[in-house]
Each structure stands twice: as C-alpha cells, then as structure tokens.
Design a protein around this ligand. Structure first.
Ligand code: HEM
Length: 330
C-alpha cells in the first residue's frame, strides 16, 4: 500500500466529513464505520463491509439502446472492468454459506475520461434508510463480553424499525447463491440517466446473471466447505466468461427515489438492457485492495446519483474512512 493512497483516503475522509455535515446527515460516517468494524471484532486490514471477497477483471460492452438513455462514454464502446465480489459485513472469515447475508458486486468501468463505479448487492433493498438508522442497526449487532450480540436488543430494534428487516426477509426467502456469478445484484439507489439530447430518465440498476439463479439446497450446503466461492469462480472462468446483463429499471410517477429500503414493483416496470458485463479472469486481490470502489464521487456526465437519498451521499466518506483504516493496517 503506497503512502499516496493512504494520504488520499485520509484527505477524502476529512473533505467528505465536512460535506456530510453540510448535507445535514444524522450520523457521522466515522461512527458508522467504527460500529461496522466492531460487529465482527475489529479485524485488522479488512473492509468495513465486503471484508471477504474475490478480485476479478473483464469488460463491459454497451447495448445499442444504451446511448438513448445516457451519454456517459462508458456506454459508447467496450471498456475494461475491474470488479470485486464479496460477502457483506466486516468479518473476513465469514462462511460463504452465511444467510441472510448480501453478496456484493463492486465494479469499476474504466475510460480515458475517468471511471464509472457501481457497488451493488444481491438484494433489491438496503438495510437502513438513514445513516443514523444504519449506525443503530450496526450498534445493536456488536457482540458483548460473551462474544454474542444481545438478541433482545436486535429484536427490539427490528420491531421499532420494520424497514430494516426487509432485506433479511428477502434473502431468507431465497437460497444461498451457489456462485457469485449465479445471482442477480441491485444498485438499490435511484440514478438519473441523461442522454446527449438532455433527456433525463430515473432508473434503478440491476445485473442479471446469464447463468440464472443458482441456489444451494440445505443438502448442498452441508456438503460445501466454508470457502468455495473463489474456487468455484476460478473453475467457471477457466471455461469462459461469467456474464451479466446490466439493466435499467425505469421508474414511474410516485416511485420513491430517496429511500433504498423501498422496493419498486419490478414486474410492472419497463426495463432497458444497458449492456453486458463479461467477467473473464481472477485478478490479484492487491488490485482491488489498493483503493476503494466509491460509487458516489466522480460519476461521469450522463449518470447521477440521487440527491434526496442520504444513504447515497454518506457512502463516499464512509468508504474513505474504511480505506484509510485498512491501508494503515488497523
Ligand atoms: C446503500 C447501499 C449500499 C450498498 C449496496 C453497499 C454495498 C457494499 C459493497 C458490495 C461493499 C464491498 C466493496 C468492495 O468489494 O470493495 C461495500 C463496502 C463498504 N460499505 Fe457499503 N453499501 C451500501 C451502503 C453503505 C453505507 C450507507 C455505508 C456507511 C455509511 C457503507 C459502508 C461501507 C464501507 C465502509 C465499505 C468498505 C469500503 C472499503 O474499505 O473499501 N455502505 N458496500
């Protein structure tokens, strides 16, 4: 890890902390990240979420329809991709069989004009709608002296904050994915796409796995070791690319744009394929670990995040805090 990167993370954290206060957010990113780390015993040198994961590379090839929605240069030609699949949470030793835990897909689409980063999860909703709610969600999950969180506190928090249970309910209703490449992922925020004519379209993004939804039965789970995703991916990629369609789900009047715990009724929404992600090979973890996938900063013209979703804005300073902490080996 170079000094320059550590410096970048710290500078970003300071800049963004100020920006966060200006946005009127109700919890400091540092406090949230501290609580996220504490839920898994403050492991050193790992991410505050997505601590266990696999770095990969590939390409993104836009569809012919994509430019009608966005003028971002990443949707005008095939571009290289660096990506990382991961398990939710700050426990780098978590079992790949864990449930209800989101699988994550962070991706950087590179272009000479700049990068386009999406960081998405295997559920259509996030677990909190405000930074304070996320802070409290994590805080009640911090283990006590007996090494376990207080089940009564978690229950009471869930009862008082029902929207925070939607994600786990959704995951519990589905099998554990058999492969990082055998599950769909959602960008839970509402993005605005702008084309060259200046037309705006509000969408949610989703990746649809070409392999379909590959789930493990209870029997399958018993036969699996705690870590199998990395090997499964290696074997899969030896046979050919693992691909996903990147799809824009178009909003309709009244769809909430500021609450990532609110699901849009996808079956009633039109969608447009924006292109195909082809994951072609594993990449050394150092490539992904040297930086953070920040989905907020430096979005190119043609795609913008929501301005009314406090969870979107707070991601940038939180990711910078985590990066500077893990880069320092803390
Ligand atoms: C709202 C939707 C969100 C989604 C879909 C999401 C998903 C993810 C994923 C997939 C990763 C792993 C990235 C990687 O592989 O490098 C990650 C990392 C992380 N997330 Fe989130 N996250 C969300 C919101 C938040 C929020 C609101 C916070 C805190 C305020 C947060 C804190 C973090 C941190 C600190 C990391 C580690 C960053 C690093 O060290 O590089 N996330 N997130």
């Amino acid at each position: 890890m170079s000094f320059a990167l550590i410096g970048r993370g710290s500078a970003l954290a300071v800049t963004c902390l100020l920006a966060t206060s200006a946005l009127g957010q109700d919890a400091e990113p540092q406090a949230i990240v501290d609580a996220q780390f504490a839920t898994a015993g403050n492991q050193k040198g790992v991410r505050a979420s997505g601590a266990k994961g696999v770095c990969v590379k590939g390409t993104f090839t836009p569809s012919t329809e994509a430019p009608s929605l966005t003028k971002a240069p990443h949707f005008a030609k095939t571009v290289p991709v660096t990506a990382r699949f991961s398990m939710g949470g700050s426990n780098a030793k978590i079992s790949d069989k864990a449930k209800p835990v989101t699988r994550g897909f962070a991706m950087r689409l590179s272009d000479t004009t700049g990068d386009l980063v999406f960081v998405i999860i295997s559920a259509p909703v996030f677990s909190a709608k405000t930074p304070k709610q996320l802070l409290d969600f994590a805080t009640v999950r911090i283990p006590g002296p007996d090494g376990k969180p207080d089940a009564d506190k978690i229950k009471a928090f869930a009862a008082a904050n029902p929207e925070t249970t939607k994600q786990s309910a959704w995951l519990n209703a589905r099998p554990v994915p058999a492969s990082y490449a055998g599950v769909d992922y959602w960008g839970v925020h509402a993005y605005t796409l702008t084309n060259a004519k200046g037309d705006n379209t509000v969408v949610k993004l989703k990746t649809v796995a070409t392999a379909g939804q590959l789930g493990l039965s209870d029997e399958d789970l018993k036969a699996k070791p705690d870590s199998f995703y990395a090997d499964e991916l290696k074997e899969r990629l030896a046979k050919g690319p693992a691909s996903f369609d990147l799809v824009a789900i178009l909003s309709e009047a009244g769809d909430p744009t500021g609450d990532p715990t609110a699901m849009w009724p996808e079956e009633n929404r039109k969608s447009v394929k924006l292109g195909t992600l082809a994951i072609t090979a594993l990449e050394p973890n150092a490539t992904c670990d040297a930086n953070t996938f920040d989905p907020v900063v430096d979005l190119p013209a043609g795609i913008a995040g929501p301005t009314d979703d406090p969870m979107f804005a707070v991601r940038s300073p939180a990711y910078a805090v985590s990066l500077s902490r893990r880069a320092a080996g803390q």
